[in-house]
Design a protein around this ligand. Structure first.
Ligand code: GUN
Ligand code: ZN
Length: 437
């Protein structure tokens, strides 16, 4: 066993969804707390006087002034190959895919390119305090192999998969039902549950897969335990009409995935901005998951996600940046935009709910809440040291805030990568902000 290390600072973590357990029972807050980490796990946590009293003699205690310790953020939808095309001007979904995304993804046939961008991407996640993500690759198995190799090197818990796409994209990006099955299977055998890595079967979205390929995706899901499935759903109105014309036998967009056995508790659907009532009911019934991607939905002009309706249908919801349609790697910026999307629908997003969505809610969405999402003893030690005084403006505004609620709200409105002082992955510090930058 490694020597435990104790971190003394303010500590905040979630215990449950405020919509289910009530706001007061949804979080733990220690104004002066101690987190004890050993062997990559949380060993102890609590108010400083209590934890220090029971700490083994000689344990190193690191005191962090004006800092807040939280769990690492969890991003439930992002594309690593789109890192270098973030902020591409002008288009909505289908044109944006054709004009910018597909040409960019072509570059990932080259393993060295994929390895370089995967490294940049993972480091950018860590700079922003994101320790776990559900990640799209490209159609190229070698690019996903490169991604998992880079993730293993950093010991980050990542879920990723090779895009399955056999129509309606340029030839240079197409696979076939047979090759997508064989390539996905080989990656599953190599990477699923290899260390902290997990695999997601990844049909891009209904328009780019034939019925044969969606059948194969369903077969893969039935052949392994605990595999994930990730795709896109009802993001854009034109896209929805296109799906209806491609699959006239099905009742609607969600029913296409349902027909091929792709709904379930480890199935994550990005966007779901324009769901029909019946589709929301089916999502709830099958315990399928939505990834709410605020910056992307605004950037591509897709629409306003209805979080309240998802709650009413008891659908698990996580947050996604959806970079490169999303405009920031920062989950703080993502909840900032989520708040505004709620405002536009006359709804509020309480900072504790937003914080839950970025941490434990993400872990629950990914069925990883037995290991991640908060800082209870036994959890994997993926945590952040947040600098509440990261900029002169944040410092002044935080000092002018009275309550935890207010401080958290300031953090979610003004915070970004500058507020992430340190990111710890499985007990190791993997990012420390250089204040000179
Ligand atoms: N739908 C199909 N592919 C994509 C993608 O790469 N990004 C987004 N935002 N939506 C998609
Ligand atoms: Zn996406």
């Amino acid at each position: 066993m490694t020597q435990p290390v104790a971190y003394r600072a303010a500590i905040l973590y979630s215990l449950g969804d405020p919509a289910r357990v009530g706001l007061d029972d949804s979080f733990v807050w220690h104004e002066d707390g101690v987190l004890v980490v050993a062997d990559g796990h949380v060993q102890d946590v609590g108010p400083a006087p209590e934890v220090l009293d029971r700490l083994p003699a000689g344990t190193q205690v690191i005191t962090l002034e004006n800092r807040l310790i939280t769990p690492g953020f969890i991003d439930t939808h992002i594309h690593f190959p789109q890192t270098e095309m973030i902020a591409s001007y002008g288009d909505q979904l289908l044109d944006w895919l054709n004009n910018y995304t597909f040409p960019e993804e072509r570059k990932f046939a080259e393993p060295a390119h994929a390895a370089r961008v995967a490294g940049l991407f993972l480091d950018e996640l860590l700079r922003n305090g994101t320790t776990t993500a559900m990640v799209f690759g490209t159609v190229h198995p070698q690019a996903v192999d490169a991604f998992f190799t880079e993730s293993s090197r950093r010991n980050t818990r990542m879920i990723a998969g090779k895009v399955m796409m056999d129509r309606h994209a340029p030839d240079y990006l197409l696979d076939t039902p047979e090759s997508s099955y064989a390539d996905s299977k080989a990656l599953i055998e190599r990477w699923h549950k290899n260390g902290r890595q997990l695999y997601a079967v990844t049909p891009r979205f209904a328009p780019t897969s034939t019925a044969e390929q969606l059948t194969v995706a369903g077969r893969l899901m039935s052949e392994y335990d605990d595999l994930y499935m990730q795709t896109h759903l009802s993001e854009n109105k034109q896209e929805i009409e296109w799906v209806k014309s491609l699959f006239p036998e099905q009742k609607g967009y969600l029913d296409v995935y349902d027909h091929f056995g792709l709904l379930g508790e480890r199935s994550v659907f990005a966007h779901a901005v324009h769901l029909e009532q019946e589709e929301s009911e089916r999502m709830g019934e099958t315990d399928s998951v939505i990834s709410f991607c605020p910056t992307s939905n605004l950037f591509l002009g897709s629409g306003l996600f209805d979080l309240t309706s998802a709650e009413q249908h008891r659908i698990r919801v996580g947050l996604g940046t959806d970079v490169g349609a999303g405009t920031s790697f920062s989950m703080l910026q993502t909840i900032n935009e989520a708040y505004k999307i709620q405002q536009l629908q006359q709804q509020k997003l309480h900072p504790l709910k937003a914080f839950y969505l970025a941490t434990l809610g993400g872990a629950e969405s990914l069925r990883l809440d037995d290991r991640l999402g908060n800082l209870q003893p036994g959890k994997e030690a993926d945590f952040l040291v947040i600098d509440l005084h990261a900029t002169p403006l944040m410092k002044a505004r935080i000092q002018n805030a009275q309550t935890l609620f207010e401080k958290l709200f300031v953090l979610m409105m003004l915070g970004d990568d500058r507020a992430i002082a340190e990111t710890h992955v499985y007990g190791e510090c993997r990012h420390r902000r250089d204040v000179a930058n």
